[in-house]
Every structure is written in C-alpha cells, then in structure tokens.
Design a protein around this ligand. Structure first.
Ligand code: PMV
Length: 294
C-alpha cells in the first residue's frame, strides 16, 4: 500500500574521538545522542517542496532531492539539534528523510541500504564525508567507524554509563572547509592523524573494560590537543575545554570538524561544569546516548 503520509526520526551524534583522522582511513568512535530530527512527508500536487522547517538554507531542498522524487511531496522538518555545531544535524536529517520515504512506500530498509542512501544528502551538504555521522545516526548507541577502500567498516561498541555535557561555542564551523584545510596540510599533520587513530583504539579498549572516568577523560582531552595541533580548534573552543576541566570535568574536547561548534565534556557531576560555562556566557546542556536501533 502507498501511504499518504509518513514520518521518521533519527538521532544526532557526537564524535568521542577520531574526527578528521577518519577521513584518511583511521577509525573514529561516535555516539548517537538523545536529540534528533523528525521528517514528515505528505503527498501533494506540484514540485516537492519544504513545508514546516525552522532552517531556511538554500542547500536544503536540493539535498533532500538526492533521495526524494522531484514532484509530489511536502516535507516538514522538526529538530532539536543545533545546526552546524558538529552534532550531526545534517546526518540526522539524511537518515530521517531516507527512512520517511521508505515508510511512505511501505519499504523495509536494512542498515546498509539506509547508510548507502543517506550518503546522497550528506555528499550534497559536505562534499566527500567519511560517512561516520550518518552511520551512527542510523545505528544508534556507540559506533566504531572506519573507511576502507572496499567500503566502510562499521561496528557497534558497547558503552559504560557516560555522563556528558555539551557546550555550544556560539558559532558554526564549516566542515567542508575544515576538512579541505587539513587535507592541504596532510603531509605535516600525518603523524598527528596516526596518533589520533591509535588513541581511538585505546579509547575503545578503555570503554570496553570499564576503565575509570579519569582515564577515559584523559584520552578525550588528549584528542582535543591533537585536534589543536592539526589546526582545527579555535581560542574559544580551547577556552571552553579549559573551563570544563577547571570545573571538574574528567576530560573535554571539541566534537566534530571544529572551527566552532560544540565541546563535549565527560563529567561525574554536571552541575559545576554547567554553572561555570553558563557564567562565561556559553550555553550548555546534558546529553544522553540514544538507544541502539531496532
Ligand atoms: O559534520 P561534523 O562537523 O561533525 O564533522 C564530521 C567529522 C569529520 O571527520 C571532520 C569529517 C568527516 O567526513 O568525517
């Protein structure tokens, strides 16, 4: 049966470790978060168009049309993810629209098909993304992601209870530009990218054996310092990391492409970290891990 309307939701994400290095075949570790994007599709006459949608970005409709028909749909988008902050708003949108379109046609999608299709909008928004963002959005939970010449290698990672705070730097980074900048410096930064790859393996091991928050946090902060060394942090992001650590966080790092966006902090007690960054004028909130799909 072909339905008149369908709705689907997908979570955003945070990269715990490995951003940028993942573009060059190193692993990354990411979590789906308990915020996300809902897409509602309704059959309508005329060209496919946007209906209710808080964000007016000229790239939005062309991106959606990489997976939707040119005609016959109205698209509503509802999201509680900050846009352009490294929390996977475009990936959540890509996965939600792929799922909603499948649901409209009573098509059942497996993970591999969802991931392959959601590359359409993601490529439109980001150029040549590694695919980690929409892999974790489609899978939920914790995910280890590695790009290989024969396709992505994606594995669920079981996580201990993680108490996380996200701090918004107040500005957006441009992922495509930041990735291009690292590519231009690739020869100089290759040893740092290698170290980030090893750090992801260490972090995966630490999470798996239930290591202390101090150990896990130390790896997050080290990842931040390495991201500084490849030139994708900003003075504001560094100041937020320092403020989180001074307020008792076990570790903190920029999350995503950098150049702006958010910092994630691992804490035992969120209250002093939230208070410290709020006093400095940075909005912050707690996030949880979204459940594994299906
Ligand atoms: O979309 P963002 O800002 O979370 O960045 C994605 C992570 C990068 O490694 C910088 C790019 C990619 O394609 O993996």
């Amino acid at each position: 049966m072909n339905r008149q309307a369908a709705r689907a939701r997908a979570p955003g994400k945070l990269i715990l470790a490995g951003e940028h290095a993942v573009v060059y075949g190193h692993p990354a570790l990411a979590i789906a978060v308990d915020r996300g994007t809902t897409v509602t599709l309704r059959r309508s006459r005329g060209p496919t168009r946007l209906g209710r949608c808080a964000v007016r970005d000229p790239r939005l409709l062309p991106g959606l049309l990489t997976v939707l028909p040119e005609d016959g749909l109205e698209v509503d988008i509802d999201s509680d993810l900050p846009v352009g902050r490294g929390m996977g708003s475009s990936a959540a949108l890509a996965v939600a629209v792929v799922r909603a379109h499948a649901a409209l046609q009573d098509e059942v999608l497996d993970f591999a098909t969802t991931h392959a299709r959601a590359f359409g909008p993601e490529r439109h928004f980001h150029g040549d993304p590694s695919g980690v963002d929409h892999a974790v959005s489609a899978l939920g939970g914790g995910v280890r992601y590695m790009r290989t010449p024969t396709g992505p290698r994606i594995a669920p990672v079981s996580l201990p209870q993680l108490e996380l705070v996200v701090v918004d730097s107040g500005s957006a980074g441009n992922t495509a530009q930041l990735v291009a900048g690292v590519r231009a410096r690739r020869r100089q930064v290759a040893p740092i990218l290698d170290r980030i790859g090893l750090l992801v393996e260490e972090l995966t091991g630490s999470l798996g054996r239930g290591a202390s928050r101090t150990e896990i946090g130390g790896l997050l902060t080290e990842n931040h310092r390495l991201l500084c060394d490849i030139g994708v942090s900003t003075p504001t992001l560094d100041a937020i990391v320092d403020a989180c650590l001074a307020a008792g966080a076990h570790g903190a790092k920029l999350a995503g492409a950098g150049g702006g966006g958010v910092v994630l902090a691992l804490v035992s007690d969120a209250a002093p970290v939230l208070a410290a960054v709020a006093a400095a004028g940075w909005p912050a909130f707690r996030v949880g891990v979204a459940p594994v799909e299906g």
